[in-house]
Design a binder for this molecule. Structure first.
Ligand code: GYE
Length: 381
């Protein structure tokens, strides 16, 4: 073998190793805010005086892009924020002809809407799926009709060839953060040997947000022998559902130390039930045996409850995925290839504690954020 041949072989091997390394690193792509607006690409082509969204729209071809977007429903503050974001991202002035369907939490309506979008030959289909199941057949139809599908928020059980991209949250990690927080918090209060009676108010059964948060938190129930998980009923991610479940819990269990609500609206419902029953909860009541409340979403109303000391800790779930979907469409329209399928949105963990703890999971530290009035004023949702 000549020196030149050996050099070529070494270069090929090195390239292969580099690609392997890249694919190993690519397992989890966490987006930052710039990715919503194409970051520096926009800087290069954008015009002064335009917002980033307008600059992105200016890059779109002049034809209107027809998007069919089927949303879960309108069950929570989080969902309302996500819908608002979708309508803004796919607005007429941004170059879209949006066909929006609110499925009112009915999986059948979602599948029918997608079938209609296929029949009407939408350019793109955007789905926030209620359940993980029931998607393969209709997504195959979209695939054969060559209509790219973009998934938002919740995930589905389906081969990834049937969708172009997914933008959402790491729900298991959110559940783990809640568990890690509770474990550290109880330890700090000297309650790590005491029997802790826990109830959870779960989200819609079979939604990936419910499955993931339940799984993540369950790991900590297993690890802490003094935690007693009394019940896990479904509150359907709504305030009325949260209230009804909490009322039943209060009638059934003599002692409840911790309520884990899988979203803010369920937490508001739980607070109402606790108020009506005259049961103390929140940061101030805790030393007198008050209930500890944990929530997910970190919507503005949720964080107000954290600031008021009603909710101890709130784990964010970012509803602003539609601008990322719009950016993905812009790239696909420009003939670019999306390098990854699944993208995680950036998220924080909130507390009213002025000395917020750092949660450590898998050797990755997560510094919690203290809720302040100023933080609430600047919040987008
Ligand atoms: O937590 C809840 C909503 O799918 C992450 O659905 C979403 C959840 C969110 O109704 O508020």
């Amino acid at each position: 073998m000549t020196k030149k041949q050996r050099k070529i072989i070494r270069a090929v091997l090195e390239l292969g190793f580099f690609c392997l390394l890249l694919s190993a690193c690519a397992a989890k792509t966490v987006l930052d805010d710039l990715d919503r607006f194409a970051g520096s690409d926009i800087g290069a082509y954008g015009q002064a005086g335009m917002t980033a969204a307008q600059q992105a729209a200016a890059l779109l071809p002049k034809k209107q892009i027809r998007v069919g977007f089927v949303q879960v429903g309108h069950e929570s503050d989080w969902r309302i924020a996500a819908t608002k974001s979708g309508k803004q991202a796919f607005s007429e002035e941004n170059g879209y002809d949006l066909h929006f369907v609110d499925a009112d939490n009915d999986p059948k309506v979602q599948v029918e809407a997608v079938r209609r979008f296929i029949k009407e030959r939408m350019d793109y289909i955007v789905i926030d799926p209620i359940l993980t199941t029931g998607w393969t057949a209709v997504l195959k139809e979209a695939y054969h009709a060559k209509i790219p599908v973009i998934l938002l928020d919740r995930t589905i059980d389906c081969k990834d060839q049937y969708y172009a991209a997914w933008f959402g949250s790491d729900f298991v990690r959110e559940g783990e953060w809640a568990g890690e927080w509770l474990q550290n918090y109880l330890k700090k209060q000297g309650r790590d040997q005491e029997t802790i009676h826990i109830v959870t108010i779960n989200g819609t059964q079979g939604a990936s947000a419910q499955i993931g948060r339940t799984q993540g938190f369950a790991q900590y129930v297993e690890k802490n022998a003094n935690w007693k998980l009394l019940a896990q009923e479904c509150g359907d991610f709504t305030e009325s559902g949260g209230k009804a479940v909490m009322e039943r819990y209060l009638q059934t269990y003599e002692r409840i130390d911790v309520v884990v609500c899988q979203n803010d609206n369920e937490a508001f419902g739980a607070c109402a039930a606790l108020d009506e029953a005259g049961v103390a909860y929140g940061v101030d009541a805790e030393n007198d045996g008050g209930v500890i409340l944990i929530s997910f979403d970190a919507t503005r109303a949720g964080l107000e409850a954290v600031l008021d000391g009603k909710i101890h800790a709130d784990f964010e779930c970012n509803p602003l995925s539609p601008p990322y979907a719009a950016e993905a469409i812009r790239r696909l329209e420009a003939g670019e290839v999306l390098t990854e399928k699944d993208y995680y949105l950036p998220e924080d963990c909130f507390t009213a504690d002025e000395e917020p703890m750092t949660l450590m999971i898998d050797f990755t530290p997560k510094q919690m954020v203290t809720v302040t009035k100023e933080l609430l004023e600047d919040r987008e949702y």
